[in-house]
Design a protein around this ligand. Structure first.
Ligand code: MTE
Length: 336
């Protein structure tokens, strides 16, 4: 909260943020008693803490481990990768606070081991994975993906993980399974945002998400346990989070404890909060604007300094054209 009202290096911010966002922000901040439902996940909110503390890495007390993995071959990009420091200090993880720098600060004591992830519902063989299983049951591989947030910023991140489809295959889905539902840990003692709406923005916790079974078993869909060669930091969704690179970032649910196969479309947190603004599909789409801002371009975060962002065109499905066939015959304006 206090950070939200502390002007941090305003001249520099003025130079790099869009003029209208900068101006809107003054009015926007005045109207806030706290980050309320409609103020959340907006470019204005994200622009505010853009110049977060770059020293944050030196302050992290959480211990990561190095991972063994196959380097990216098929799934990579030559685009500039977002520096590690930025990936771990500019986050959306409302369970630990709504400003971009808060998750890195307030999640360092988060306990990820022991952990339990269950795969249940319409499956022949329910599965329960321990912390060690997450890192050892499947061969790990690197995937360098673009991440496009609904707030119109993006990063390029070298994730490490395994295909969700491999895990689902082991659970043997029944033919009646049409959707996959995901749930984040609910533990208000560890996640202050789940206890207080002033910290957690008033979302309905636990955070939940969902995919169709075709999306969940698509080879691009990754369960990530690490990035930049190391296990995930808590602020990035340790010990395991979803990465669906052709969808807006909010589909990439963090710190997952439950995966349930169902025959009904599962609820998703941002859609529950504001159904006209955030859909179930949430495919990156430059032709369908958010009701309050354009999705035609994005701010690519490529560094930490003044020249740390580039404004680029947003691509359909975030450039992952191979998923287009999943949506044949579906009106993506209605099913946004
Ligand atoms: N998962 C949970 N449980 N809680 C959250 O607040 N935020 C989402 C997604 N997953 C969120 C979450 C949003 S809006 C985005 S853009 C991505 O996480 C951000 O991931 P990153 O912080 O690792 O870049």
């Amino acid at each position: 909260m206090s950070k939200l009202f502390k002007p941090s290096r305003p001249e520099k911010e003025h130079q790099v943020t869009d003029e209208n966002i900068y101006k809107n922000r003054r009015t926007f901040l005045k109207s806030l008693g706290f980050i309320g439902a409609t103020a959340a996940l907006t470019p204005q909110a994200s622009a505010f803490n853009f110049f977060g503390d770059d020293d944050e890495t030196s302050k992290s007390t959480f211990h990561t481990q190095d991972l063994s993995f196959a380097p990216a071959t098929q799934y990579k990009t030559s685009e500039t990768q977002t520096p590690y420091k930025k990936v771990i200090t500019y986050n959306n993880f409302y369970e630990f606070g709504t400003s971009k720098d808060e998750p890195a600060k307030s999640s360092q004591a988060f306990k990820v081991d022991p952990w339990s992830l269950t795969i249940e519902g319409l499956v022949e063989k329910p599965i329960k994975l321990s912390y060690d299983d997450l890192l050892k049951r499947f061969p790990l591989e690197e995937r360098i993906y673009r991440l496009r947030c609904v707030e119109a910023w993006s990063m390029v991140i070298p994730w490490i993980g395994f295909e969700l489809g491999q895990l689902l295959q082991q659970a043997k889905p029944l033919s009646s399974a049409k959707y996959v539902a995901f749930e984040t840990l609910y533990d208000p003692k560890q996640m202050p945002g789940q206890k207080s709406r002033f910290i957690g923005g008033g979302l309905d916790y636990p955070y939940v998400e969902g995919l169709t079974i075709e999306e969940a078993t698509h080879p691009l869909t990754l369960l990530s346990v690490g990035l930049y060669g190391k296990t995930l930091m808590p602020q990035n969704g340790a010990p395991i989070r979803l990465v669906v690179p052709w969808k807006y970032g909010f589909k990439n649910i963090k710190s997952i404890v439950r995966i349930k196969l169902t025959d009904q479309q599962p609820p998703n947190t941002w859609n529950l909060l504001a159904p006209h603004e955030y859909g179930f599909y949430a495919n990156v789409n430059p032709n369908v604007d958010h009701p309050r801002w354009s999705q035609a371009t994005e701010r690519r975060i490529v560094g930490g300094g003044l020249l740390s962002t580039q404004r680029i065109d947003t691509r359909m499905f975030n450039g992952y054209d191979e998923v287009a066939s999943l949506y044949k015959g579906l009106d993506l304006r209605k099913n946004f």
